[in-house]
Design a protein. Structure first.
Lengths: 289, 733
């Protein structure tokens, strides 16, 4: 078990006053098997005129705020205490064959939609070919997943600033470059090309630099990875292709969906404002391990 | 109309007799009249030429009773399906519907999937397309659970047809649509609890263009509610508001004519101008009701169609009264005769019947539409109706032959209270903007026509008398000022031939006429059908005359005069009229000041040609002659063109008219500016000459006033834009 103290601040500075801002946010962490939110709050400044906290289709908490009255700054601060206790994954050879998973997933209302293409993860032929290498007929699901995770980690080059939120898996399979979001979309498209379920998970990765080991990428920043399904009994298992990891207690989940668009942390429509600058700060600290 | 034994179905007999009496030629003529009328009733001229067929389709009271039971049963089921799929999803968990099919359907809108129910049913309006097979059995061809198309047509067609083909209605015995329509209006208004009700349309153009704009507009008119576009709306404080001249007004209920997909850019992404940011949240919070809720089209998705019938038993414990039609059902559907020229063509049809939920139970419209199912040859294979080919028909429901039993039936509801219709304060800013520019554009057209009518004959007659030369110089400058000639010709003396060539090459008049036509369409919801028909007719005549030198300019003036007359005689001097009037007065004032600055430039002894042209341009020759025996002198001419409060073409008159409008709109500071301008013009009339700088100054001040009016009334809110997510990513990777 690890107990985390999480702070995530987002600050917009507008060049000109905004007269009305409406924002839709996925910035409160969700509960999930292996993760309990002990305490979480989202502070918004200036104080919103209206605020609605809801749960979306995927079970993620959402917050919608409307800020009226001219303002030149908009700040959102999340502070949360999260307990992470991931159950150990089953041995790969004990998991079901991937064909059986595909068949079961399509009939399970809680899983089916994660097998379907989404805007950013529509599988193309070359993606299906890439994925098929790791999922030869009869292969166990987790064996295939771990190999795919490792291949994407090896075949991709991590580089910021060359891709955007609109970059699709079909583009990434060609360029093989990008950030955690692109790694995740690429892997999701591979799974969906085979009719296998995959979720896009947004969250955070613990900063940990043991002596002699390289600092992990995505540390102390927002992060994204993939969750896949091992069947009704074994449930979901998370894989981080950016770091070639099977997710254990070092990842804190914020939200999940079919791809980034379902869990975009902050979407806003503003009136006025002109140009703006954005500062984001994340601090994930293990207070008890 | 023909049963399987080849006999004419009984209720048709009196109709057929009436049709025979009218005769085919007359009937074709009446069909044309009906469609012309409908074209006028439906704003924006979006109705294809032969959109309506004058022959009705009949249902007996027994047939209707059967269909009514089937439709109410189906509506209740489809509503329950939607509540389930957007709620607990038990239909997916118990295997009644394949999860991947529902969750992969584009009309499954995840933002509308809620833990609890919405405050209003997700589907409160429903239409079913029904066919009658060769054995006389009815079946469901299609459901309409999202946008319910055709209700506007259905509510308007009867009214127009009864005027065009009174003979058909003489036999009587048709159930009236009016009580049902009033109940619907009453229900929608009561549900809105005093908030505004509106029909949301995608508008005529743009990315979210309306499926059937005429239908939306006719529906708004039939129900007596507002017609709005997404751009008219703003989300504030969690609710939805319409931008009006009086600020933001809360909207409680929207009858939705646009797709739910991409309706809310805040939650679905997409550009803010193409939807209503915050709409989904307002619906989930219960502060906004949509008929129907976004995502309700899911229940009519073709992929789910074959599963619907199997849900009646488990969900309602009943068998469907009306089963889904077989795949090829449309091919063998019963036929009805359509008027084609002087002949009739039998075409397979479907019946479209409408139903709504009044909070307690499903209600039926005792009527509807019949739609042709035949396809044009090049579209063979698809089964979508092709109304453009054969037209929509009115669907008549006959009264029961014996008086219907009323005992035990619920008492008829009280007639709805009279509700004040569309207060002037609720004029959407978009419409005020359009009317303002319409006023300007018609005035611009008139001024250009007057100037050309004055200039053409004078530039043709090429005498070299000094006075004629001076006149031609002045006219050339005026033409350049009005942008009817290139600016570089302003200092020269242009021949009539060159002017004609320039006009032919640059088509300035056609452009002005086109712009006026566009704005007439954009403003049409505030012009009554008779006004609209008169204005459109004059507009049409003017366009036809464009190529004809003799009649072009008189036709333009005729259009402008028709328009001015209608605005003066047929419009209430409030709301929309004020903006039309302001546009007109600002345009006339600016043009007048700029033209007179040219014509009245120079020392008094050389003013005569300019004064003569000015008097003629202002259409004031007769008045001047009567008052001053035709002797041109600066003082009386200045007085008539600048200061005369009784001359609608004097500069001061425009300022007075502007002041009146601005006062009515509560824009006191701008009204004061107009008053000062009026005083300034009156004072100018007393000066001996050399008016050019002063008049140019007045034109400039009018332009400033125009800008202020624009800022004050039309740009109520700055344009919305999305916060850039890419910047979030750069920090989040």
């Amino acid at each position: 078990m690890t107990l985390y103290r999480l702070h995530h601040t987002t600050l917009y500075d507008y060049a000109a006053p905004v007269v009305l801002g409406t924002h839709y946010m996925h910035l409160l962490p969700r509960d999930r098997p292996g993760q309990t939110i002990r305490e979480a709050q989202l502070d918004i400044s200036p104080a919103p005129e209206t605020r609605r906290d809801e749960i979306d289709h995927f079970g993620n908490p959402t917050t919608t705020v409307a800020i009226t009255g001219a303002h030149k700054q908009f700040a959102v601060a999340l502070s949360a205490t999260v307990e992470v206790r991931q159950p150990p994954p089953p041995a790969p050879e004990d998991t079901l064959r991937w064909e059986a998973i595909a068949a079961k997933a399509l009939l399970d209302p809680d899983v089916a939609e994660y097998c379907l293409p989404s805007d950013l993860t529509t599988p193309q032929n070359d993606i299906a070919d890439y994925a098929a290498v790791s999922f030869l007929p009869g292969r166990k699901m987790l064996t295939g997943l771990l190999e795919l995770n490792q291949r994407i980690f090896s075949d991709m080059t991590y580089r910021g600033g060359v891709t955007s939120n609109a970059t699709t898996a079909a583009q990434t399979v060609v360029t093989r470059i990008g950030v955690c979001q692109d790694y995740a979309h690429f892997m999701l498209a591979c799974l969906r090309a085979l009719g296998l379920p995959g979720r896009y998970v947004s969250g955070y990765l613990r900063t940990l630099s043991p002596p002699g080991e390289a600092r992990r990428r995505g540390a102390d920043q927002s992060h994204a990875w993939v969750s896949s399904w091992l069947g009704p009994d074994a449930g979901w298992v998370d894989l981080d292709p950016t770091n070639n990891l099977l997710v254990a207690d070092e990842h804190v989940t914020l939200a999940w969906g079919r791809d980034f668009r379902d869990v975009s942390p902050l979407r806003g429509i503003i009136l006025g404002g002109g140009r703006h600058t954005l500062k984001v700060g994340v601090d994930l600290e293990a207070v008890l391990t | 109309m023909i049963d399987r034994h080849g006999r004419i179905r009984a209720p048709w007999s009196p109709i057929m007799a009436a049709i025979r009496e009218i005769g085919p030629e007359e009937l074709a003529r009446r069909a044309g009249a009906l469609n012309r009328q409908m074209g006028l009733a439906a704003p924006l001229g979006t109705v294809p030429r032969s959109f309506y067929d004058p022959l009705p389709v009949l249902l007996t009271s027994g047939e209707f009773a059967f269909l009514e039971a089937g439709i109410k049963q189906r509506a209740a089921l489809l509503e329950a399906v939607l509540e389930d799929l957007y709620g607990t999803q038990s239909l997916l968990h118990n295997g009644s519907l394949p999860p991947a099919l529902v969750l992969g359907e584009p009309h499954f809108l995840r933002p509308m999937h809620t833990r609890g129910r919405l405050t209003a049913p997700r589907m409160a309006l429903y239409a079913a397309d029904i066919i009658r097979g060769p054995d006389g059995d009815f079946s469901i061809l299609r459901d309409h659970t999202g946008i319910v198309p055709g209700l506007g047509h259905a509510l308007s067609l009867r009214r127009l047809a009864s005027g065009t083909l009174p003979e058909l209605f003489r036999a009587g015995g048709i159930r009236s649509l009016r009580p049902a329509r009033e109940m619907l209006v009453d229900h929608v208004r009561r549900q809105a609890e005093g908030g505004l009700v509106a029909v949301l349309t995608g508008g005529a153009t743009g990315p979210g263009a309306a499926v059937d704009l005429a239908d939306d507009a006719l529906l708004a008119r039939a129900l007596g509610v507002l017609l709005i576009e997404p751009g008219d709306l703003a989300a504030r404080n969690g609710g939805l508001h319409m931008k009006t001249l009086n600020g933001l007004v809360s909207i409680a209920t929207i009858i939705r004519g646009v797709s739910g997909i991409d309706l809310d850019p805040l939650e679905q992404g997409g550009r803010p101008g193409h939807g209503i940011p915050g709409a989904f949240g307002a619906i989930r919070a219960g502060v906004l009701t949509m008929l129907n809720a976004p995502g309700s089209a899911l229940a009519a998705a073709p992929s789910l169609r074959r599963y619907i019938d199997s849900l009646f038993q488990p969900m309602r414990g009943e068998h469907p009264i009306l089963p889904a039609a077989a795949e090829n059902g449309a091919e063998t559907a019963s036929k009805a005769p359509f008027v084609t020229g002087a002949n009739y063509t039998p075409v397979p049809i479907c019946f479209r019947l409408f139903s709504w939920h009044d909070g307690e139970t499903w209600q039926m419209l005792p009527g509807g539409l019949a739609l042709p199912l035949r396809q044009p040859a090049d579209h063979a294979g698809t089964q979508l109706p092709a109304p453009a080919d054969f037209g929509l028909k009115d669907l008549w429901v006959m009264e029961a032959e014996e008086p219907r039993l009323t005992t035990g039936a619920p008492a008829a509801p009280e007639p709805p209270e009279h509700v004040t219709f569309l207060a002037a304060a609720h004029l959407p800013s978009r419409l005020a903007d359009n009317l303002f520019w319409l006023g300007r554009s018609v005035e611009r057209l008139e001024a250009a026509s007057r100037l050309l009518m004055l200039a053409l004959p004078r530039l043709e007659s090429g005498t070299s008398l000094p006075r004629d030369i001076a006149e031609r110089g002045l006219l050339t400058r005026c033409l350049a000022q009005a942008r009817l000639l290139p600016a570089e010709l302003a200092g020269t003396s242009v021949s009539g031939r060159l002017l004609r060539q320039t006009l032919t090459r640059r088509h300035p008049m056609a452009g002005l006429l086109k712009e006026a036509g566009r704005l007439v369409n954009a403003s049409s919801e505030r012009l009554s059908p008779s006004m609209l028909s008169t204005v459109r007719f004059a507009l049409h005549q003017a366009s036809e005359a464009l190529g004809n030198e003799e009649t072009a300019l008189p036709s333009m003036l005729n259009f402008a005069a028709t328009f001015a007359g209608i605005a003066a005689e047929n419009m209430v001097r409030d709301g929309g009229w004020l903006f039309l009037e302001m546009g007109r007065r600002l345009e006339r004032g600016e043009t007048l000041a700029e033209t007179l600055a040219i014509l009245l430039d120079g020392p008094p002894e050389r003013l005569e040609p300019g004064m003569a042209l000015g008097i003629e341009l202002a259409d004031s020759v007769l008045s001047y002659d009567l008052r001053h025996a035709g002797i041109l002198a600066p003082a009386p001419v200045f007085n008539m063109l600048l200061a005369d409060a009784g001359n609608p073409r004097a500069l001061a008159y425009q300022c007075t008219a502007l002041r009146f409008c601005l006062e009515r709109l509560g824009a006191d500071d701008d009204a004061e500016a107009a008053r000062l301008l009026q005083v300034e013009t009156v004072n100018l009339a007393g000066t001996p000459g050399g008016l050019r700088p002063a008049l140019s100054g007045v034109a400039g001040k009018l332009r400033m006033l125009s800008d202020r009016v624009h800022r004050r009334f039309f740009t109520l809110l700055p344009e919305a834009h999305t916060l850039d997510e890419d910047e979030v990513l750069e920090a989040a990777q």
